[in-house]
Design a protein around this ligand. Structure first.
Ligand code: ASP
Length: 416
């Protein structure tokens, strides 16, 4: 398959030129002031909310919750779906690996009724780290285990060791490794007939782009990446994605729990832990107030203790929406509203109050045809667009190396 260069470039790059980079859209805050109750709807119990990659797992978890199942077990049922799915490359099996090609997973959970927490960070070879975080909570006197110790604990309590690197994720990693190899010895060497001199500075920008994408396309074909997945693979190489799932569940008695699990940032430094395993950042539950979790730029979320901040905001009377928007503003504040930096950051919060009121908020809207969403089940399963601060998608990071030619900015179509 030949990737439509125009299609790929425009979709990959439209983010960079999206509107909204200059000024925040205040609609969200205004809305929150007008309707402090919550524009997402009045509270209803039982209810489960999650990141949108959990939407297909909500029916089963909701039935379990409605039949008296524990709130944490219900939330874990949702996040186990993407953990087990080799095609979700943001979580568990098939997660995109670290820069050395090794999958490292993070997770945490909080059980509201018993006010307990568990967490694991940087775990290799164990797929269901969300369940391992629950095992830490239940079978140790600790809250957090990391790295090799966490893996050995998981095996000791019965989790199987398995290879988490799927062939597809390995090939994407290799493509990424070779793409970044002008300064190292990966990729074809100078004596290889496929070797081409790098484009010289001063070449027209469109030529640089075309050359880069052409060579990625050819190498993706060599590696045997399926034609229909090649464009998505190249996208992941040029703009390493992040991805995660959070889920919070509330039963009709008002018991509430939450959990978050992730493979973290693709091609991260080995040992890097994001916000997902950090109790208070990637997830926080307080039986008196509610539960919140996050997906997005982990480093930024840790600095504002996002999920804990949101719970404390609600404790002091803010609605779920207001509480989430305030946490987003703290991220904006950390950069003094500097849009040249904020354009590279994204964050989505999933917020559930004890009365069943909920909200999904994000720093950026996402692509207009694929906005950030929160998945909800309160008897009806649905996905709802989040309330956002800035219009359009965030920029990819690391940024593309050359400015985008005008003619390639048109006709944006985002293809996952
Ligand atoms: N928050 C995750 C992390 O930083 C990634 C993500 O949610 O996209 O590891």
């Amino acid at each position: 398959m030949s990737i439509s260069r125009r299609g790929f470039l425009s979709s990959a790059i439209a983010a960079s030129v999206a509107t909204g980079l200059t000024s925040p859209d205040l609609t969200a805050q205004d809305k929150a002031k007008e309707n402090p109750a919550n524009p997402f709807g009045a509270g209803k119990r039982p209810i489960i909310i999650s990141a949108n990659n959990g939407v297909n797992y909500l029916d089963d978890a909701f039935a379990f919750l409605k039949n008296g199942g524990d709130t944490l077990d219900a939330a874990l049922r949702v996040v186990k779906g993407p953990e087990d799915d080799p095609n979700d490359d943001s979580v568990g099996l098939g997660g995109l690996p670290n820069e050395e090609g090794v999958v490292e997973l993070d997770a945490c959970c909080m059980h509201g009724p018993t006010r307990r927490a568990g967490s694991v960070g940087g775990v290799r070879n164990i797929k269901n780290v969300s369940l391992v975080s629950k095992a830490v909570m239940e079978h140790t006197g600790h809250v957090m285990l990391v790295g090799e110790g966490a893996e050995r604990f998981a095996v000791a309590v019965g989790f199987p060791r398995e290879n988490l690197l799927t062939e597809r994720s390995r090939k994407i990693w290799l493509l990424w490794k070779e793409n970044n190899s002008t300064d190292d010895w990966w990729g074809p060497g100078i004596s290889d007939p496929r070797w081409k001199p790098p484009a010289l500075p001063g070449s027209p920008q469109a030529e640089l782009w075309n050359e880069r994408i052409q060579s990625l396309e050819a190498r993706a074909a060599d590696l045997g990446i399926e034609p229909e997945f090649r464009e998505a693979a190249i996208r992941r190489v040029l703009s390493p994605p992040s991805g995660t799932i959070h889920c919070s569940a509330l039963n009709d008695k008002g018991e509430i729990s939450g959990c978050t699990t992730t493979s973290g940032l693709a091609f991260k430094l080995p040992g890097r832990c994001g916000d997902s395993p950090i109790v208070g950042a990637g997830c926080y539950t307080d039986q008196d107030v509610g539960s919140a979790g996050a997906t997005g730029s982990g480093e930024e979320n840790i600095k504002v203790a996002g999920a804990h901040t949101i719970i404390e905001n609600m404790r002091r009377g803010m609605s779920p929406l207001e509480a989430g928007i305030d946490a987003l503003h703290r991220i904006v504040r950390n950069y003094n509203n500097d849009m040249s930096k904020l354009q590279f950051i994204d964050m989505t919060y999933y917020i559930l109050r004890k009365d069943g009121a909920y909200a999904g908020v994000s720093l950026w809207q996402g692509y207009s045809e694929k906005p950030h969403k929160i998945a909800v089940h309160d008897g009806t399963r649905r996905s709802e667009a989040t309330v956002f601060l800035f219009k359009g998608p965030s920029h990819e990071f690391p940024p593309f190396p050359v400015p985008v030619p005008e003619e390639l900015k048109k006709d944006s179509v985002y293809v996952k």
